[in-house]
Design a protein around this ligand. Structure first.
Ligand code: NAD
Length: 519
């Protein structure tokens, strides 16, 4: 199985061989530009999901360490906010180059800690890199507005200014991409940032922090703490934090949105999903089946944009046997093994949860057409593997339909018409993503207009917008009012200051106070 590469292993900075009682490496904190060993007495094991071996330990940062991290962010803010926008852009330009040069190294860490295949892990880094590249356009994105001659000798203009210290809380499923949605966008606007990566996959964030430092980001502009609930509460409550970016489950997201908002912060929370792929009988069959299978089972279904629900309309229901054949061809293996199509789930608990949801389908009257529960992967018998699973005859009131499964499970519903399909999708509380497969433009257009979901693919199974747009999940998949990245991301991390300015050429002294509203 993949080992931490020699380059990574020998690094004394961020993922170090430990002075801890065991020989397991420990993940450091990043405070004031230094990678420091935590003094915590509470540590969490990091497992390789393909073997369940302990590969590292991550601390739950102490209160003093979290205070030091936030003080560092606060100290660094005035000078960073005052740094010219061109200098901040230069840091990001160097950063995107360093990420490209280290892409494979970051991907290896992702596979080791998260389990996804190396090719998919490279995609994880690449999609984050695109946000960094987008952030390099700050010189246009951060422009304010102007309106000259609003009245005689008077001009009106606005600036976009940073907020101060911002914070990010990330999930386990995209260890590079999601942190990269957060701190590069915030920092290029002149904010400083406190990042809390997922405690299950901290490695990629630590390497990304090292690369940012190497790109010239001043000490204290990015700080990293680790932990779970205490760290999250600290972020929600701390008066010096002005905005929180969260990505993860609904349970955590709703809690963080409410607690953070109560403390007067801006909060954006991207959360769970149940994404439907509507298959029309006029679709290109081979493309559609391949796209469905790739989007349902890729990353072992652990993507918020996984296409986890198929709605087969009319004659398209006859394609079910072929769908099963396509899914059977996928190879399940440890993520670093050549030819692996999908790797393990993140934890044994996640595996148990997914298997229980499959069980619930049988109990509630659905049919299991392909069952991945008993899969054994040679050489990785202790891994958290579930093979591709397809459940048909699913009805909207069944547990396997109502819950986000977050595993390699495709649930299949059938309808007679497009209108019924739209009704099903719109009745589901989540609004993250959806796709329609059809060769009819009018059908596609109707679907895109009537479906109440924030991101729609037309013959595109995972319609995650590129970073010049924003990630626009809606309804129960999002709390807040300003989305991640794109123009919205810049809006989230800045505040407007509007200046009304009057310069008269001639001296025109007022003869009396102006006591009425100017008209
Ligand atoms: P999670 O909510 O368990 O963890 C996310 C973060 O919140 C972690 O940093 C964790 O330490 C913290 N956390 C966990 N439980 C908490 C609690 N009860 N109170 C406070 N903080 C808590 O999510 P996960 O399992 O890491 O990620 C999977 C979930 O994330 C799925 O629901 C998936 O759909 C969602 N997700 C959404 C998007 C999106 O953009 N909409 C993207 C990726 C993942």
């Amino acid at each position: 199985i993949l080992q931490v590469s020699s380059k990574v292993k020998s690094s004394p900075t961020w993922y170090s061989a430990s002075s801890f009682s065991s020989s397991v490496p420990t993940v450091k904190l990043f405070i004031g530009g230094k990678f420091v060993e935590s003094k915590s007495d509470k540590w969490i094991d990091i497992h390789n999901p393909a073997t369940n071996e302990v590969i590292g330990r991550v601390p739950q940062a102490t209160k003093a360490e979290m205070d030091a991290a936030i003080a560092s962010c606060k100290r660094a803010f005035p000078a960073w906010a005052d740094t010219s926008v061109l200098s901040r852009q230069q840091v990001l330009l160097r950063y995107q180059q360093l990420i490209k040069e280290n892409l494979k190294e970051i991907a290896k860490l992702i596979t080791l800690e998260q389990g996804k295949t190396l090719a998919d892990a490279e995609g994880d880094v690449f999609r984050g890199l695109q946000v960094v590249e987008h952030a390099c356009s700050v010189t246009s994105l951060m422009m304010g507005e102007t309106m000259p001659s609003i009245t005689k000798d008077m001009d009106l203009y606005s600036y976009r200014l940073p907020l101060g210290v911002c914070a990010g809380i990330a999930p386990f499923n995209f260890p590079a991409m999601i942190p990269l949605w957060m701190f590069p966008m915030a920092m290029v606007c002149g904010n400083t940032f406190l990042m809390k990566p997922s405690e299950r996959v901290p490695g990629a964030t630590m390497l990304l922090a090292k690369l940012l430092q190497d790109s010239g980001a001043p000490d204290g502009t990015l700080n990293i703490i680790h932990g779970q609930h205490e760290a999250v509460n600290f972020i929600c409550d701390h008066p010096d934090i002005k905005a929180i970016s969260f990505v993860g489950s609904n349970k955590a997201g709703e809690y963080i949105f409410e607690r953070g908002s109560r403390h007067g912060k801006r909060v954006q929370a991207n959360m769970g999903a149940k994404n439907h792929g509507v298959v029309m009988p006029d679709a290109n069959k081979e493309n559609t089946l391949n796209q469905l299978v790739g989007a349902a089972f890729g990353a072992a279904g652990q993507r918020c944009m996984a296409l986890s629900t198929a709605v087969l309309v009319g004659e398209a229901k006859k394609w079910l046997p072929e769908l099963v054949e396509h899914a059977k061809n996928l190879r399940v293996n440890a993520g670093d093994q050549p030819g692996a199509d999908l790797g393990p789930l993140i934890t044994p608990q996640a595996k148990e949860r997914v298997c229980n949801l499959i069980d619930s389908g049988t109990k509630e009257g659905a049919s299991i057409l392909l069952d991945g529960r008993k899969i054994k992967v040679k050489g990785y018998e202790n891994g958290n593997f579930v093979g591709p699973t397809i459940i048909s005859n699913v009805k909207p009131n069944m547990t396997c339909y109502k819950e986000e499964i977050f595993g390699p499970v495709l649930v299949v519903l059938e309808t007679e018409t497009l209108d019924e399909a739209i009704q099903i999708v719109n009745n589901n509380p989540y609004g993250n993503g959806t796709a329609i497969f059809t060769t009819n433009g009018a059908t596609a257009r109707k679907y895109a207009h009537l479906v109440d979901v924030g991101q729609v693919g037309v013959n595109v199974p995972i319609p995650v917008p590129l970073p010049m747009f924003s990630f626009t999940g809606s309804r129960s998949s999002f709390r807040g009012d300003t989305n991640f990245y794109g123009k919205q991301g810049i809006q989230f991390y800045t505040q407007l200051k509007t200046i009304t300015s009057q310069w008269k050429e001639e001296d025109a002294t007022l003869s009396s106070p102006a006591v009425v509203m100017p008209t």
